[in-house]
Design a protein. Structure first.
Length: 124
């Protein structure tokens, strides 16, 4: 009878250990690639100049995600990668918006200069 309980306990322990292994998420490799590409796109969009805080936050979270993944903490790594991607995307959009606003301001300034020139009396 004792051997049946010992075997049952061993089987139950093995099942618990195997189920714990099965629930460990895989490393977020594809997500990391996507987030790194988003960081590069943000840099190309001018985030270094126009959205520095968001870009730096994205890069810092990517570093933390890589460290977490290296330690086998894939759930934390996946969360950090998602945050890194979101920050990079926000940096890109912020930079594009700032560049567009600057271009619009430049156009407005040019229009004002042209109107000033057109309204200036002709001295011939």
């Amino acid at each position: 009878m004792k051997s049946i309980h010992a075997v049952s306990a061993a089987l139950l322990s093995a099942a618990v250990i195997l189920s714990a292994c099965a629930t460990t998420p895989p490393p977020p490799t594809a997500e990391m690639t996507r987030a790194k590409a988003a960081i590069e796109q943000a840099q190309r969009a001018g985030a270094r100049e126009y959205a520095t805080d968001y870009l730096n936050a994205s890069m810092a979270k990517m570093d933390l995600a890589e460290a977490a993944s290296a330690k086998g903490n894939n759930a934390q790594a996946a969360r950090l990668v998602d945050e890194s991607y979101a920050d990079a995307h926000l940096a890109q959009l912020t930079a594009q918006s700032a560049k567009s606003a600057k271009a619009a301001a430049d156009v407005d300034k040019s229009i004002q200069m042209l109107q000033h020139e057109a309204n200036r009396p002709n001295t011939q």
